[in-house]
Ligand binder design. Structure first.
Ligand code: GDP
Length: 444
């Protein structure tokens, strides 16, 4: 689905990586080409704008880590933003509810809804060893219920017996009841589709949703229809509320715009991709993997990641040595603060420690962590290198200047100096006992 976009993007980025140095205008020119490529792939304009602006902001004036070129850094930035645009993490179908877990399938006619219903049933059976009951609520298209029954027979998945003359709501209730009594793990409800969105369809689906309280509401959309698929998703979400999207015909020659804009426009995750007509032609949607497939520059991305890790490890080592010698100056503290910010501030750091979730959310509520880190960083940046190495030389006048330069108060400057002194003293004491070395050794 992403072939032509992939060719275009890798062409633009490949040129960048082969240069020794990059100017801001090189980056801007490359972003113009990236923008054109995305628009031609039918990605929504707002999404494209947002994407290229974010990449540009990060790429211009970036810190280039040792052993990679600026161009390689740009590739990594583009990659990361692409992953973010696609939703960051994979969000598979959620079955964590009391069985039978109800999954409501919605979408326009011809999107692949009925086929996808059977594919999901098949996947639940083969991959998760779960027993599903399928029911078609489409009373309008005469052959619809029969179509699902045949699919059920072919995939060996049970379908709700057809009772002529029932309304969609009656069928839905009967399906839930049958699934409960039959000990099914899941019940898949395939609703009626229309060629276009109309009020009657929405009313019907909304009513079914209200009564059945499904755990998942999956919108099935045809990726070949590009932005129309995105608009359909938006309309269904606004009216019914959806929990995720299945994008079908990803095996076709769509331009990829639907997949790329879906998350950003609707805020809802793409959960699955339909990649063919067979029962098993259904894939989990992994933003990392899809971004990798689009850029086709996985080696560059992992090179930059490795280089960044090496730099961090080298820095940590040299700081540990300084700590042991009691020579931990404000320059090092600034480095530490920067690292903390990279890890998502205090909140990010604490989130990595077990049992810290609650404190983390309190910190986040108060929104104190990142602000303080930023402020402290600003104070240190306003000092001269000499002052950073030896804060003792700071007098009242300089402190006032530094406070003004960093947009803080003299008390803040004093507090930072005191904190640093306490840290340095503590580290020195610990270093003598060899504790710090052991601690940091364990960290590296
Ligand atoms: P519905 O009207 O939304 O229920 O659509 P159907 O499930 O009847 O599907 C319409 C057609 O699309 C059928 O021929 C399916 O085999 C085909 N189809 C569904 N999903 C995919 C897919 O992911 N890839 C391809 N190539 N065809 C698909």
């Amino acid at each position: 689905m992403f072939q032509s976009l992939s060719d275009r993007l890798s062409g633009v980025l490949d040129k960048l990586t082969r240069r020794g140095s990059l100017t801001d205008s090189d980056v801007s020119e490359a972003m113009r080409e990236v923008r054109r490529a995305l628009l031609e792939a039918d990605v929504a304009l707002d999404v494209v704008k947002d994407f290229t602006e974010k990449v540009k902001a990060k790429a211009i004036g970036q810190d280039v880590v040792k052993s990679v070129t600026p161009g390689q850094m740009v590739v990594k930035i583009v990659h990361d933003e692409l992953v973010a645009m696609l939703g960051s993490t994979a969000e598979p179908i959620d079955l964590n509810a009391t069985p039978p877990v109800a999954i409501l399938m919605v979408g326009l006619q011809g999107s692949g809804k009925t086929t996808t219903t059977a594919k999901i049933g098949y996947r639940l059976k083969t991959r998760f060893k779960k027993k599903a009951l399928m029911a078609s609520l489409d009373t309008r298209r005469p052959a619809a219920q029969e179509q699902l029954r045949v699919l059920g027979e072919q995939t060996e998945i049970d379908t709700l017996p057809i009772v002529a003359g029932q309304t969609p709501l009656q069928i839905a209730k009967r399906a839930l009841e049958a699934a409960r009594l039959g000990g099914y793990d899941a019940v898949l409800l395939d609703t009626a589709g229309r060629v276009t969105i109309d009020e009657e369809l929405m009313d019907e689906v909304a009513e079914v949703r209200g009564v059945t309280q499904p755990h998942e509401v999956l919108l099935v959309a045809d990726s070949l229809t590009g932005q129309d698929a995105v608009n359909t998703a938006k309309a269904f979400d606004g009216r019914i509320g959806i929990s995720g999207i299945v994008l079908t015909r990803a095996d076709g020659d769509g331009r990829g715009g639907a997949a790329l804009s879906m998350r950003a426009v609707t805020g809802k995750p793409i959960k699955l991709l339909g990649v063919g007509e067979k029962w098993d032609a259904l894939e989990d949607f992994h933003p990392e993997r899809v971004a990798g497939r689009i850029l086709g520059m996985g080696d560059v991305v992992s090179l930059v990641e490795k280089a960044a890790q090496t730099i961090d490890a080298e820095k940590a080592k040299s700081i540990a040595q300084k700590m042991r010698k009691g020579a931990f100056d404000l320059e090092d503290l600034a480095d530490q603060l920067k690292q903390m910010q990279k890890l998502g501030g205090m909140g990010g750091l604490m989130g990595m420690l077990p049992g810290m979730g609650k404190i983390k959310s309190q910190l986040a509520d108060a929104n104190i962590d990142d602000k303080i880190i930023k402020r402290q960083h600003a104070i240190i940046t306003s000092m001269t290198p000499k002052e950073r190495r030896n804060p003792k030389i700071l007098d009242g006048k300089r402190k006032r200047r530094i406070a003004a330069g960093s947009g803080t108060k003299v008390e803040d400057v004093n507090r930072l100096i005191k904190m640093h002194r306490q840290m340095a003293d503590m580290m020195k004491a610990m270093g003598k006992k060899g504790m710090m070395g052991r601690m940091l050794g364990g960290m590296g």
